[in-house]
Design a protein around this ligand. Structure first.
Ligand code: MRU
Length: 354
């Protein structure tokens, strides 16, 4: 398969101050490649909630642009009225999803910009917010590239690697986190075989990761989540690498449901287990994974995910969207500043300079 170098952007700002946020609607992939223009903050909120845009860094970038979209309605009002609208918009967007800390990190950056320019007029303030959102996007793209560079050597001696959920260009403003590492490793070793978990219940691995890997010409094999242990037992993979939605100060890492099981399986098979994430995914305000809020999603995602009922009507369901891999199961955290190993609070603070 021929590699394409520039896949469609998951998140983009179209135009200038009166422009809008454009998302690649990930709920429609892989069968339809359709853009979702977001011209109101309600559409942005719904897009985050429904997973039209998903993946921790991409949610952060979308929320930053979402504040601009939301504040456009106050651009001709007094600065007091603008501030009031800004506060409402930020609070509203913060309620879209609870687990990925990048959402709150991005909103905090936007709040910082608003607070540090109290005397600007509304139009100039909106311009500063757009500039900050663009900076968040650019920085995320650069962090992805650095993560790829730092992580690729970890896979240098692998013939196979396993990944979970989607951590690529669709989940970030750049090449991704864990997938950036895989793309860089596959560029050095085109024989590298990537096993992608399909990632129940919403199939981010099958619908999104397999789509991205094939577009980039990477050797890809899709497996059901329940096959991961056997793939390890058969010696098909020498590393597991996934992303994260929030990493506590001690290194406990929340990621898509199924990640905890993979970390246990990797440990049982003596296989290194890596998490790749930018510094915007670290939450030093919480000491351990026990404090990470785990999003609970609707029963229909399990009983009726893609329009076809696959469980009895009214069947009770438990649907946590994330779990937490404990630090002791993680061989290394791949960040834009380097690889953190061993995964301890002291080593995290040292590498990230916190
Ligand atoms: O529910 P999702 O699809 O937003 O979950 C995404 C993940 O769990 C990703 O692995 C994580 O955000 C890392 S993205 C680089």
């Amino acid at each position: 398969m021929t590699a394409t170098t520039n896949p469609r952007l998951a998140v983009a700002w179209i135009g200038e101050l009166d422009g809008y946020l454009q998302l690649l609607d990930q709920t429609r992939l892989p069968t339809e490649v359709v853009d979702l223009p977001c011209q109101t903050v309600e559409v942005v909120w719904e897009a985050i909630r429904k997973l039209s845009v998903r993946g921790a860094p991409a949610i952060g970038v979308a929320a930053a642009y979402g504040t601009v979209v939301g504040c456009q309605t106050a651009v001709n009002e007094s600065r007091e009225a603008f501030n009031c609208r800004f506060g409402e918009v930020v609070e509203y967007l913060a309620g879209s999803r609870p687990t990925a800390v990048n959402l709150f990190w991005a909103l905090d950056r936007m709040k910082g910009v608003a607070a540090s320019h109290p005397s600007l007029g509304s139009q100039d303030m909106l311009q500063r917010l757009l500039d900050e959102a663009r900076l968040i996007e650019t920085e995320d793209r650069e962090m992805c590239a650095a993560i790829g560079r730092h992580g690729a050597p970890l896979l240098a001696n692998c013939t196979g690697v396993l990944t979970h959920c989607n951590t690529g260009g669709l989940a970030t403003a750049g090449d991704g986190t864990a997938l950036a590492v895989i793309f860089a490793a596959a560029a050095a070793n085109p024989e590298l075989q990537v096993y992608a978990d399909e990632t129940r219940p919403l199939l981010q691995g099958a619908r999104l990761t397999a789509w991205e890997l094939l577009q980039r010409g990477v050797n890809t094999r899709l497996i059901c989540d329940s096959m991961a242990g056997w793939v390890m037992k058969e010696g098909r993979v020498q590393a597991v690498i996934v992303g994260a939605d929030r990493i506590a100060a001690n290194g406990d890492s929340a990621n898509k449901i199924g990640t905890y099981s993979l970390s246990v399986l990797a440990k049982a098979h003596g296989i290194p287990f890596y998490i790749a994430a930018p510094s915007s995914t670290f939450d030093f305000a919480i000491r351990s994974g026990a404090e990470i809020p785990i999003e609970q999603r609707s029963a229909e995602e399990i009983t009726n995910a893609f329009g076809r009922r696959t469980a009895p009507e009214n069947c009770p369901v438990y649907n946590p969207a994330f779990d937490v891999a404990p630090a002791e199961n993680i061989t290394g955290l791949v960040t834009e500043k380097g690889v953190i190993s061993p995964v301890t609070e002291a080593e995290i603070r040292r590498v990230l300079g916190k």
